[in-house]
Design a protein around this ligand. Structure first.
Ligand code: DC
Length: 227
């Protein structure tokens, strides 16, 4: 295997990226980067320091000052802001409410892209998931996946996830939130959600997590053999 291999998984909210990325990484002995967690950590900074979620330069400066990192000893890796573990905080509803605005800011995207590339250098084999990992951040990735799923299925998954986390949500509200996030993610000018060139497209609507990961593992093994 080459010294450094990157596998990217892009897709919209609720397509199963996080679960798929974690299981695939575990099965092939790779590190797993949740790039969305970094955008969520920036949203926590906006709340903590009372920064406007649309003020890209101020947010980027704060990221550089405080520092976002992962503790790779944990599975999944915990997200740190300075020395503070914010893994639970980043999933709270007030953070989900502003993270799309934060992720729209070019200054924030630039600073996080640099950090994602640095993280990749520290892992010989890395699975990274997000919206722009294969299209913008790692176009040289050995395999680029793009996950899709029907809105109905994505709504079911997100609702279940939130209910398991103790949140009382109606599926209609979740569906609206997904549509709204899709709109913001696909129409922003910087790093919009698109299917990367040459990506392997997988529709996860009617497949189990294990089935999807099994197919991906086969593709990754073939690609790494050829490298
Ligand atoms: O996957 P998630 O819901 O945790 O992502 C949080 C937000 O960050 C979401 O609004 C999309 C955005 N994001 C992004 O713009 N680029 C990425 N690579 C990952 C996430």
């Amino acid at each position: 295997m080459a010294a450094r291999s990157i596998i990217t998984i892009d897709g919209a909210a609720g397509t199963g990226k996080s679960s798929v990325a974690q299981l695939l990484a575990k099965n092939i002995g790779a590190g797993c980067l949740d790039s969305g967690a970094m955008y969520r950590a920036v949203a926590v900074l906006a709340k903590d320091f009372d920064i406007d979620p649309k003020d890209g330069p101020a947010l980027a400066a704060k990221v550089n000052g405080v520092g976002i990192s992962f503790n790779w000893e944990n599975d999944p890796p915990t997200v740190m802001l300075g020395g503070r573990d914010v893994s639970a905080r980043i999933r709270e509803l007030d953070i989900s409410g502003i993270v799309s605005s934060v992720a729209k800011q070019p200054e924030v995207r630039a600073v996080l892209m640099d950090q994602q590339r640095i993280i990749a250098f520290t892992h010989p084999l890395l699975v990274t998931e997000g919206r722009d990992q294969g299209s913008v951040v790692f176009p040289e990735a050995v395999v680029r996946f793009f996950l899709e799923a029907d809105l109905e299925e994505r709504t079911k998954r997100r609702t279940k996830q939130l209910q398991e986390a103790g949140k009382d949500v109606h599926p209609d509200v979740v569906a609206e939130d997904i549509k709204n996030r899709d709109h913001i993610d696909t129409t922003r000018s910087d790093g919009p959600l698109i299917c990367p060139e040459g990506a392997v497209v997988i529709n996860t609507s009617h497949q189990s997590l294990e089935e999807v990961v099994c197919e991906m593992e086969r593709i990754v093994h073939d690609a790494l053999k050829l490298k």
